[in-house]
Design a protein around this ligand. Structure first.
Ligand SMILES: [Fe+2]
Ligand SMILES: [Fe+2]
Length: 197
């Protein structure tokens, strides 16, 4: 068993006291789905459970609190006043600096759960997908996507990325670089594996 966190009890108290009930239930849902996907696709189950459970650690913080932690840990300025993206970077910093998490793949999965990134690992992809398809989500394509993710993780991931990009565009918001690069990366990988067949 890997020691992912030096003080798990303290982290658990922090999670519960920082998340609203709905967000806590979502976190447990992501943990469950991440474990399922990790078993199916051969990723580290313990890391998937941990990253799934704690990925939204900072989601319910105020923008002021997020900005304070961004400054404290020297996180890039581009995340200032951007709760949608900063909560994942702040969660990574808290896990790393406050709770002694050292496993880089686990930290990257938390840090990238909102956007993905070019070169994302299997664990990163699992957390990105699990975040979108855990059982407490409700949208038309949920059951189909859950089924697809069991056998075609890249396909499910690309669908979620396209859906997210469409949503960002429809709101007139600018698309961050990691999201568009992650989308290209997964789509190129699918094209390569199709050509190989
Ligand atoms: Fe999140
Ligand atoms: Fe989430």
């Amino acid at each position: 068993m890997t020691i992912l966190c030096t003080d798990r009890d303290k982290l658990e108290i922090f999670l519960k006291s920082n998340l609203k009930e709905k967000r806590y239930i979502h976190s447990l849902g992501v943990e469950t789905m991440a474990v399922k996907l990790a078993k199916l696709h051969g990723a580290d189950v313990e890391k998937a459970a941990f990253a799934g459970r704690y990925h939204d650690l900072a989601k319910c913080m105020t923008e002021e609190e997020l900005n304070r932690i961004i400054r404290l840990y020297g996180i890039s300025d581009e995340y200032m006043n951007n709760q949608a993206l900063s909560h994942s970077k702040v969660a990574e910093a808290l896990l790393r600096y406050e709770f002694g998490v050292t496993d880089e793949d686990t930290l990257a999965a938390v840090s990238g759960h909102t956007t993905g990134r070019r070169g994302m690992s299997l664990l990163e992809e699992i957390i990105y997908v699990a975040d979108a398809i855990e059982d407490n989500r409700s949208y038309k394509e949920l059951k189909t996507l859950q089924k697809q993710a069991e056998t075609d993780l890249d396909g499910a991931c690309l669908f979620i990325m396209d859906y997210t990009i469409d949503l960002i565009n429809s709101k007139g918001r600018s698309l961050d670089r990691d999201t568009s690069e992650a989308r290209d990366y997964i789509s190129e990988r699918i094209a390569r594996s199709t050509n190989d067949k």
